[in-house]
Write a protein that binds this ligand. Structure first.
Ligand code: RET
Length: 133
């Protein structure tokens, strides 16, 4: 839906640590990651979405078409190869990331002018909320 595009600043981040532990991210990298003020920059070019996770330390960008599976390499996160598929479920943009980790994926949606993101891995749920920049 309209409203997901733009630049978003994080205002809350619950259980990012649990999610990163589930991914097997090192204590050193987790400590850095927990201190970051993350931004999401979301663009749409025709049917192509580009989602950038931006921080002073490291950026991570994915681009995808809804309904079209793509190869994702989680470079700088846990450095795994997954097969990702993004679909709409109601107003939520849902991604399944099939690979070594069970129940891995995320959901993005806009509610009350906020961008909500849930990150899933092996039963851990990280909940992040962003406000429009
Ligand atoms: C950072 C810093 C280095 C360590 C980790 C990171 C995590 C990034 C994540 C990005 C998720 C992106 C999504 C995009 C969806 O469209 C910030 C790169 C672990 C979890 C869900």
């Amino acid at each position: 839906p309209a409203g997901i595009c733009g630049t978003w600043d994080i205002i809350s981040n619950v259980n990012f640590e649990g999610y990163m532990i589930a991914l097997g991210i090192s204590p050193y990298l987790r400590k850095i990651a927990l201190k970051l003020k993350l931004k999401k920059v979301i663009e749409q070019h025709g049917d192509l979405y580009v989602v950038k996770t931006v921080s002073a330390f490291r950026n991570y960008t994915i681009s995808f078409r809804v309904g079209q599976e793509f190869e994702e390499f989680t470079q700088g996160l846990d450095n795994r190869h997954v097969k990702s598929l993004v679909t709409w479920e109601g107003n939520k943009l849902i991604c399944e990331q099939i690979g070594e980790k069970r129940n891995r994926g995320w959901a993005h949606w806009v509610e009350d002018d906020k961008l909500h993101l849930e990150l899933y891995c092996e039963g851990e749920i990280c909940k992040q909320v962003f406000k429009k920049n």
